[in-house]
Design a protein around this ligand. Structure first.
Ligand code: ZN
Length: 238
């Protein structure tokens, strides 16, 4: 019976893995990424050990060829970070929705975004495309620009962006380029969404080395907000 080595036990417990079965279910590549997030100095031997544990193999017994294959798979794994608590996600999205409501009051399509740096909101943004007469007035771009000013850095590592609706291609590019850690969105945007609807830009491990995309979190709730806005607009025209 293979056992979790002592040096990994406490580390795995921190990410909610207390048994080999749990490790197997969570996927060892993902778990290694979670651990790297907390312990950046962890080396590839831990990855090999996780592989062995997950596959019920004796550790320290892999051929150089197997190690190469594992490293290749790891290189092609999409970014992933320690799973967020459901409450943290719904809090982040409701803060983004507050921004969307501001946009609605200015007669803009109600989309809002907030950027968290670790546990703290450092910037917000709401759609202002019409007001600014600028296609770059999307909520995400504004929130990203503000966050970069606040941190004095164009790299937003350790930052998570919450946005009410699936980002478009332009915003998805900005999110990846600014190295945001996670993007969490409320509803899908079937016509222009670039996360899952029209493109899957975050699913390219050759381009995307940093951003994990999570969503839709509550499609019914967040798409209803957009639909209500357009219904109201149509009613105003009648
Ligand atoms: Zn956009």
């Amino acid at each position: 019976m293979v056992e979790i080595p002592y040096y990994l036990k406490a580390k795995l417990a921190l990410v909610g893995i207390n048994s080999i079965l749990q490790l197997h279910r969570a996927n060892y590549l993902k778990v290694y990424k979670w651990l790297k997030d907390i312990y950046p100095s962890l080396n590839h031997n831990a990855l090999f050990d996780l592989y062995c544990l997950s596959n019920n193999l004796a550790i320290n017994n892999l051929s150089p060829n197997s190690k190469q294959q594992i490293l290749f798979q790891f290189k092609n794994t999409l970014p992933t970070y320690i799973p967020l608590d459901c409450e943290v996600i719904s809090c982040g999205l409701s803060k983004a929705q507050e921004q969307a409501d501001i946009a609605a009051r200015s007669d803009e399509v109600p989309i809002g975004a907030v950027v968290y740096h670790n546990d703290e909101i450092i910037s917000v943004g709401y759609n202002q495309t019409i007001t600014k007469c600028n296609i770059m007035g999307h909520a995400e771009i504004i929130a990203i620009s503000n966050a970069q000013s606040v941190l004095g850095n164009y790299r937003l590592t350790d930052c998570d962006l919450y946005v009410t609706v699936e980002p478009c291609l332009m915003c998805s590019g900005a999110i990846i380029s600014s190295r945001i850690r996670r993007v969490i969105f409320g509803a899908i945007e079937p016509k222009t969404g670039a996360v899952i609807s029209q493109f899957r830009v975050f699913d390219n491990s050759k381009v995307n080395h940093t951003t994990e995309a999570i969503g839709p979190i509550n499609n019914e709730l967040y798409s209803a907000k957009i639909q209500q806005f357009f219904q109201q607009k149509r009613a105003d025209l009648d």
